[in-house]
Design a protein around this ligand. Sequence first.
Ligand SMILES: Cc1cc2nc3c(=O)[nH]c(=O)nc-3n(C[C@H](O)[C@H](O)[C@H](O)COP(=O)(O)OP(=O)(O)OC[C@H]3O[C@@H](n4cnc5c(N)ncnc54)[C@H](O)[C@@H]3O)c2cc1C
Length: 305
Amino acid sequence: MRVLDRAIVRVLPAVPRQVVQRLSARYIAGPSLGDARTTVAALNADAKLATVDVLGEEIARPAEAEAITQAYLDVLEAIQTDGLDANVSVKLTGLGLKLDVDLCRANLESVVRDAGERGRFVRIDMEDSSCTEDTLRLYRDLREGGVDNVGVVLQASLRRTVADVKALGDLRPSVRLCKGIYVEPASIAFQEFEAVRANFLAALEALLANECYPAVATHDEWLIQESLRRLRGLGPEEYELQMLLGVREPRASELVAEGHRLRVYVPFGQRWYEYSLRRLQENPKIAGYVAGDVLGRLVPGRRTD
Ligand SMILES: Cc1cc2nc3c(=O)[nH]c(=O)nc-3n(C[C@H](O)[C@H](O)[C@H](O)COP(=O)(O)OP(=O)(O)OC[C@H]3O[C@@H](n4cnc5c(N)ncnc54)[C@H](O)[C@@H]3O)c2cc1C
């Protein structure tokens, strides 16, 4: 990232929320379940699959975790009613992980059970490293309890990830592999771009060696190419590629046209702020984007991207 971009990334939390909301609109389906339904239907019409995320991570009370749990049950019902090709992605902190692990477990179980009854799948997102152990333990407990419609996420930035793949190997897990968005210390996480890439491929190779179902989640073109080389020979049902809503959409369409299963991560909800900041901080054109927004407000009618 250029110096100006890095400077803007640092001050983004000080940017007014209204501006953040406007700049990040492309990354979020909208505030309501109806917005998510429309977005997923449009993706399906383009032969793209979806995974729906109810936004909400910094929760403070059990009632909020229960509200998010109920929101997921509503999503699952909507997916079935509309006949959408979609599953859901949950963040365990949103289900109460930091309040009470047993509350979180109960909420997760109710989402996974409901999804199972509807023939749907639940992906447990991975959050910062304070959640890794609990997340993997809750995942293992579910699988050992005979539940199969659930998968997990591993982050290539973490040094432990290849070992985690091997430790999970007996479960033949469905694993979304991503770089990892959270800033972690060098003692536990690779800091250099190339080291994260190398660990991504090492983890993918370990997933394949352990006959896991890999979901390769990256927009990094080099990693997409290198991953596809390693996936060659698998049938189209034996892996998938994943991207975020609003990022590299033309490339996603090309990958679908080439015959790959591609799933788009579709967040929706009122609690858009933290997710939006993370997406903006990752946008390599963030400086131009912010400048464009300012200019767009000064010069009516000018587009901002
Ligand atoms: C489906 C999916 C699910 C994810 N789930 C998790 C999770 O559970 N836990 C977790 O820690 N992380 C998750 N992530 C985020 C991931 O860890 C990375 O932070 C994110 O994908 C950016 O890394 P990258 O591999 O795309 O590579 P990068 O090197 O960051 O990006 C490669 C290129 O993609 C484009 N690009 C990337 N981001 C943007 C953006 N916001 N706006 C515009 N262009 C962009 C740019 O052209 C950039 O050069 C997920 C990512 C995806 C795709």
